[in-house]
Design a protein around this ligand. Structure first.
Ligand code: HEC
Ligand code: HEC
Length: 229
């Protein structure tokens, strides 16, 4: 048994002892898997990414902040307002750059009780495949005055990511809550090589320098707007 499977086994045992954990494990494996991959998909095809009903969660433990997960699962808000996730449910805007989601075609996200959200978040935090995200890659230094400019003007991020609530819906996930939602090392890993997470993901590899990625990650880590939409 390698270290990952050992750790996974240890995590499974620990969860089995938590009150409500059996329920949460059932929830994940019976309900959540209808829309989310909680294990790495065997074949990453374009069809899969077009057909999937929700974002991949198999690396959730390397991606999210646990506290955010617990809160969001009880009170889910829209993260991808422009519908790239929802190819079959977009309402084209007059200008195709502002498509919206056709609410009639998308069921509201399941809402969990506080106890289920806590237990599900703990299970999700154990999903940490090796080799995707390097712990400590983000040095945590302040982004400096250029960082927000890199994001909004110089590196083209805001053509796909909303930087503040109320921005027109765009194709990528909103990033104005990135600091609350995402782990800095994940953000850096994603910026560096989005295709590592899925070869067909829509975010292009942007060829950013390490210095720019450090600054962008520091900047995004300061954005914690969790205003309800
Ligand atoms: C009917 C399909 C469906 C089911 C069932 C479902 N989800 Fe989701 N989930 C989605 C969609 C769609 C999104 C993306 C929402 C957005 O971007 O606005 C999402 C987003 C998420 C996110 C945020 C992911 C990210 O990358 O931003 C988490 C965490 C999550 N779901 C967990 C769960 C859990 C836990 C369950 C089971 C209790 C579950 N979901 C059940 C469709 C579903
Ligand atoms: C052409 C559009 C596009 C551009 C330009 C772009 N992104 Fe993305 N980005 C996306 C999409 C789409 C996703 C989500 C992919 C998925 O879920 O499969 C994403 C995901 C991300 C994520 C992970 C967020 C999450 O919730 O999963 C981060 C962090 C990110 N982008 C940062 C950036 C930064 C920083 C820039 C500028 C340097 C940038 N992106 C430029 C489209 C883009």
């Amino acid at each position: 048994m390698n270290t990952t499977s050992l750790r996974t086994a240890a995590a499974a045992i620990a969860f089995a002892l938590l009150p409500g954990a059996a329920g949460a494990a059932d929830l994940l494996s019976q309900q959540c898997v209808a829309c989310h991959a909680i294990a790495k998909p065997e074949k990453a095809s374009l069809e899969r990414i077009l057909e999937r009903k929700g974002p991949d969660l198999y690396y959730a433990g390397a991606k999210f902040n646990q506290e955010w997960l617990v809160a969001w699962l009880q009170n889910p808000t829209t993260i991808r307002a422009g519908g790239a996730m929802f190819v079959h449910a977009v309402k084209p805007g007059a200008d195709r750059s502002v498509d919206t989601i056709d609410a009639a075609k998308v069921a509201p996200h399941p809402k969990l009780s506080a106890a289920d959200a806590k237990a599900a978040a703990e299970l999700l935090m154990a999903l940490k495949p090796e080799g995707l995200v390097t712990a400590g890659a983000h040095k945590g230094e302040p982004g400096g005055s250029m960082a927000s400019m890199l994001f909004s003007k110089l590196r083209g991020c805001t053509s796909c990511h909303a930087a503040k609530p109320g921005d027109p819906p765009l194709s990528g996930p909103e990033l104005y809550s990135a600091g609350a939602r995402l782990q800095p090392d994940f953000m850096l890993a994603y910026m560096k090589d989005p295709q590592r997470f899925d070869p067909h993901t829509w975010m292009p590899t942007l060829g950013l320098t390490d210095a720019d990625m450090q600054k962008l990650t520091s900047y995004l880590s300061t954005l914690k707007n969790q205003e309800k939409k």
